[in-house]
Every structure is written in C-alpha cells, then in structure tokens.
Design a binder for this molecule. Structure first.
Ligand SMILES: N[C@@H](CCC(=O)NCCCC(=O)O)C(=O)O
Length: 257
C-alpha cells in the first residue's frame, strides 16, 4: 500500500445552492458552512462546485475529486421524474436542479464515492430508479413531524441497522438527529438498502449494496450546527471509506504490475 495514498487527504467535491438574480441583487451560489466544515474536520479537502449545465465540464471537474457530497436544499421538481406537481412542493432553482441531475448521473456512472444528504439523498434515490413521497403529512399521516418551520434545529429519534455505516457511527442507545424535510423516500432504488428509519417508519438513511460503489444517503442533517459529536463520525467514516478504497485500488494495481 503506497504511503502517498494513505497520507494524501481526499478531495471531496460539494455542490451548492443557487438563488437567481433579481432587480436589486445579483445571482448567488451558496451553501451552509457546516457542509464544507464537516468535510474539512473529517480530514477531507472540500472543493465547492457552482451549478453548471454542461455535462463535459461536470465530467472534467469530477476527474479532479476523490469523492462527492450532494447537499440538502429545496424540493426536486417531481415533473422531472414524470410525476405531477404537488401544492406543497417548493422546487429548488432549476439552475441548481439541472446541475445536480447532471452531477448525479456522472457520479453514478463513474462510481465516485458519494455522501448524499437531504435533497441529495432524494436525488440519488430517484436517479437510481427509486421514488419519493411528495408530502409526508399527506402520504404518511401518522408520521411524526419531520420539519418545524419555526425550529431549524428540529430533531427526532432514529433506529439504525447495526451492520451499516450509520450503525457503526451511532451504535446502541437513543439517537436524535436533525430533521428538515417534508418529502421522503418511498421505493428504495435497486442496489440500495435502508439502514435507518425514524420510529414512524420514514426512511432516514440508505446505502449502496453494490460492490463497486461506496454511496451513502442520509435524510437527516449531520452537518447542521445542532449536530451531535456522533453525527460528525458519519463524515469521518465517509473519508475513511474513500482512503481505504484508494489504498485497495493502489494495492491491486501494484499486484497486477
Ligand atoms: N426539500 C426536501 C429535501 C430536504 C432537505 O434537503 N432539507 C434541507 C433544508 C435546507 C438545508 O439545510 O440545506 C424536503 O423537504 O424533503
């Protein structure tokens, strides 16, 4: 195992949100600091990618990263997946959604290690063939609140599968996570399994079962200011998984040489 692979910090691409210009302000690309701070604290090098609509530029940018994190945000427009718009849906800016969909397709194609959070997990699921509940309050009326517009630190409990990344991170005992969503995964995409649920049954984490793709999704927000010390371990496990994968790759190339 080459020492360089083990010592060089992985570069993690991060998408960002977009707010179009109006009469008084220019357009902005932005993201909550917790996203890049969490990657930095976990030993990665965060590199923020602004929205792009050119698949070749996106492909070229992805050649420069060792992994990717898709952040949370507004709603995916269900019409882009063949569903009707719902009155509760507040679509993210189409500049962002177009870029995110191109990114996700290329990340999946190249099997780039991926941590997908919130809207990012929802996009990973639909892009890989799953689908979403468009409004938990209507689709799952017995569910507990997963969003409090007056409390950005709203939390709920979590039940995890022990043989999973989130299971290793949270272990036993009560787990409370930050929740800010009104949509949720309905059918899980082929090749993924559920690794955490809210006690009301809402899916809160999935991970790839594919041997050639290290990909995890969380509906909750381990990057937020109210996150626990355990939440931070998710980012560390993600970075450690990438480093281990690159070491295996280097070893196998050495054996072949
Ligand atoms: N909008 C979707 C996805 C939930 C999500 O990503 N929430 C994060 C809010 C903004 C942020 O902190 O990045 C839904 O509501 O289900």
């Amino acid at each position: 195992m080459s020492s360089d692979v083990m010592t060089r910090k992985p570069v993690i691409g991060i998408n960002c949100d977009f707010k179009a210009a109006d009469r008084n302000k220019p357009g902005f690309a932005y993201l909550a600091a917790g996203y890049f701070q969490s990657i930095d604290s976990a030993g990665g090098i965060p590199v923020v990618l602004p929205p792009m609509d050119d698949s070749q530029s996106i492909a070229r940018a992805l050649e420069l990263v060792d992994g990717f994190m898709m952040i949370g945000g507004g709603d995916l427009d269900p019409r882009n997946d063949g569903f009707m718009l719902h009155s509760s849906v507040r679509p993210m800016d189409p500049v962002r959604e177009t870029s995110d969909r191109l990114l996700m397709a290329e990340i999946a194609e190249r099997r780039i290690p991926l941590l997908a959070i919130g809207a990012g997990m929802q996009l990973m699921n639909v892009q890989q063939g799953g689908n979403l509940f468009l409004h938990i309050k209507e689709d799952l009326p017995d569910a507990v609140p997963h969003l409090d517009p007056h409390d950005p630190s709203h939390r709920h409990t979590l039940e995890v599968e022990s043989d999973s990344l989130v299971g290793r991170v949270f272990g036993d005992g009560e787990i409370r996570v930050s929740s800010r969503h009104h949509m949720a995964i309905d059918e899980v995409a082929p090749g993924f399994r559920v690794t955490a649920r809210c006690p009301d049954g809402v899916i809160e984490a999935i991970e790839s079962e594919m041997m050639d793709w290290f990909a995890i999704g969380t509906q909750f927000h381990p990057e937020c200011a109210a996150a626990s010390a355990l939440d931070v371990r998710i980012f560390e496990e993600f970075i450690e998984g990438i480093v281990a994968g690159k070491a295996e790759e280097a070893d196998s190339l050495r054996l072949v040489a």
